[in-house]
Ligand binder design. Structure first.
Ligand code: SME
Length: 137
């Protein structure tokens, strides 16, 4: 994550690399929190454009992670009541919060077309990615 590009360009690259390198990562994006308005805003992403560029805290998997500060692994999105569907092809999702100086400033969100593909290894990888990303923000 070193170079002269802006942090957005770096985050874009992170999304593209993750999406390309991991077969079960079909959509990879970052959301960032506006704590005053209690809204998440979509940042760089790789994959199909989504209508959900703004998500209120508490809504959907992403909005829940904005409040819980905890990883959220969803093996099967159909089993979730509080879920925002982006595409009917999405079967599962993982959201890992991004902490900067101990504050939950956003998250990485990954959608998969596979059922139940995410393991603790994905959680550790994405925690590591987010820690590295926090260093450049
Ligand atoms: N499914 C998410 C919404 C964001 S899209 O996956 C890009 C959710 O329930 O919060």
């Amino acid at each position: 994550l070193q170079g002269n590009a802006s942090s957005d360009n770096k985050l874009q690259k992170v999304c593209e690399i993750l999406q390309q390198e991991f077969e079960h990562y079909d959509w990879v994006g970052f959301y960032f929190a506006d704590h005053d308005k209690r809204l998440l805003h979509l940042g760089p992403f790789a994959g199909e454009p989504t209508d959900h560029t703004t998500i209120p805290f508490g809504k959907g998997i992403c909005g829940q992670v904005a409040e819980s500060n905890a990883n959220f692994v969803v093996p099967d999105v159909k089993a979730q009541d509080n879920y925002i569907a982006c595409s009917i092809t999405v079967k599962s999702e993982i959201v890992v919060p991004l902490f900067k100086d101990g504050v939950n400033i956003g998250q990485i969100d990954i959608d998969s077309h596979m059922i139940d593909p995410f393991t603790p290894e994905d959680e550790r990888l994405l925690e590591w990615v987010n820690a590295k990303v926090a260093e450049i923000l």
